[in-house]
Every structure is written in C-alpha cells, then in structure tokens.
Write a protein that binds this ligand. Structure first.
Ligand code: URA
Length: 234
C-alpha cells in the first residue's frame, strides 16, 4: 500500500496529517528517511515514526518516566502534562494517564487510550500493586511499619487497606512502599499520620512491571504485550 495510507492507519491520523508527517522527514522506511507519500510499502518493510517502529495497533500502552513538575492529566491550562510528552507520536489518539502521580512525584506513569483496560487496572477490588521509593524527612519507625501493615486510618477517618514499608537506607529515610489501592496523596497522607513528611516520591513499578531503567525523566516507550498482560493480571 502507499506509505501515506499505511501511516494514517498506524498513527491513527488523517491522510493529510500522514502526508505532513512524511514530508517533514519524521518517517523512515528501512532506515532511510522517506518524504514521498506515494512510496509503496508492505508489511516486510521496517517503517518508523520519530525513530519508533510503527505498526497498526488497536490501543496504545506507554510507560513514561514522569519528570518533576509535569502533571498527570491529558490537558492543563498552565502546566505540561504527561500526555503532552508523548502526543506528537500519536497525533489522533485520545491518550490519558491510567492512574496519577503528584506534580512533584516522578516515575512510572502508564498512558493509554484503552478505557476498559484503565478502568480494570484502577478498580479498587483489583488491588494492582504499585511500588514507590520514598525519601522521608525523618527515619522510618517500627510504629509506622506496624501501622502500614495493619492499615492506616487517615486524618479524615478513611481506613486504608494494609500496605508494606521497608527501609532501603541505613538512616531509615529512604524507604520502599507497596500500595494495593490508590487514594489521593495516599503516601503523603499515610506518613502524615505519623508526623513524617515526604521529600521525594518515585514510582518504581506497576503490577509487577518495573520502570525501564533506560528511560531518563521525560522519556517513554511502548509496553510490550507481555507487560500489558502482566499488569492486567492475564
Ligand atoms: N502517594 C502520594 O502521596 N503521591 C503520589 O504521587 C503517589 C502516591
């Protein structure tokens, strides 16, 4: 088929948007930039947009290493959003973050356009585990660990399900927390019950899938089919 038809299908954009992508030099065929929309291609060709392999997919699932200062939303009037960081590669997809990190937090944010998948993994009864590395302004105490294991009751009376916390550093200020639910500002509020403040918070994994260490803050990649299935518990 023609390259512009192929790109329109794989990038989910209109033919004219596809031609624009091609003419601007963002598309390569077998390693060479191709600016001709009428170039004939087939499934044996290696076609990339912005250096990333481009095949038709029903849905997109991305792993982003969220930098500080970026908000977990699709659009925002003032701040850069996690979707702003990836949208250029998927011009017509209606992407959104499946789960949020605070503006100051960093690490793994899953971005998708698959509403059913997001609904499923965020459902409270699914308990998809999420792991965080947290820097505290005071050392972890045995009381905090016991409280987390029993289930913390927040200042507003919300009773949380059990969570795990373990010290990672000798001074007890760097800890790993595993949550099985998602409540707004959950970790900060949990430590707040014990008078401890959170200086930094980084999400390391979702559903047993670790954030790819090769991704610098702001970088992202597509999840593999195996990773998507693992997070979905399939
Ligand atoms: N808990 C928080 O308090 N903030 C986050 O960003 C994630 C979990």
């Amino acid at each position: 088929m023609r390259l512009d038809k192929y790109m329109a299908e794989s990038a989910q954009c209109t033919r004219s948007e596809s031609r624009e992508l091609i003419r601007s030099g963002r598309v390569t065929v077998n390693g060479a930039v191709c600016k001709r929309p009428d170039q004939q291609v087939s499934e044996v060709d290696d076609i990339c947009l912005d250096g990333r392999s481009s095949t038709h997919q029903d849905f997109v699932y991305l792993m982003l290493n969220k930098p500080q200062g970026v908000v977990s939303a699709s659009t925002d009037r003032h701040d850069t959003t996690v979707v702003d960081l990836v949208q250029a590669a998927y011009p017509r997809r209606e992407l959104f973050p499946a789960g949020r990190l605070d503006k100051t937090s960093t690490g793994f944010v899953l971005i998708t356009d698959d509403g059913a998948f997001a609904h499923d993994i965020l459902a409270p009864k699914r308990h998809v585990p999420k792991t965080y590395r947290v820097t505290l302004d005071t050392p972890l105490t045995a009381g905090m660990a016991a409280g987390f294991a029993a289930g913390v009751t927040l200042a507003d009376g919300t009773k949380l399900s059990p969570a795990e916390v373990t010290a990672l550093s000798d001074d007890g200020r760097t800890v790993r927390v595993v949550l099985h639910q998602g409540v707004y500002h959950q970790i900060k509020r949990m430590f707040g019950v014990y008078g401890a403040g959170v200086d930094a918070l980084h999400r390391e994994s979702i559903g047993g899938v670790p954030l790819d260490q090769a991704l610098a803050p702001g970088q992202w990649r597509e999840l593999t089919g195996e990773e998507v299935a693992r997070i979905a518990g399939r």
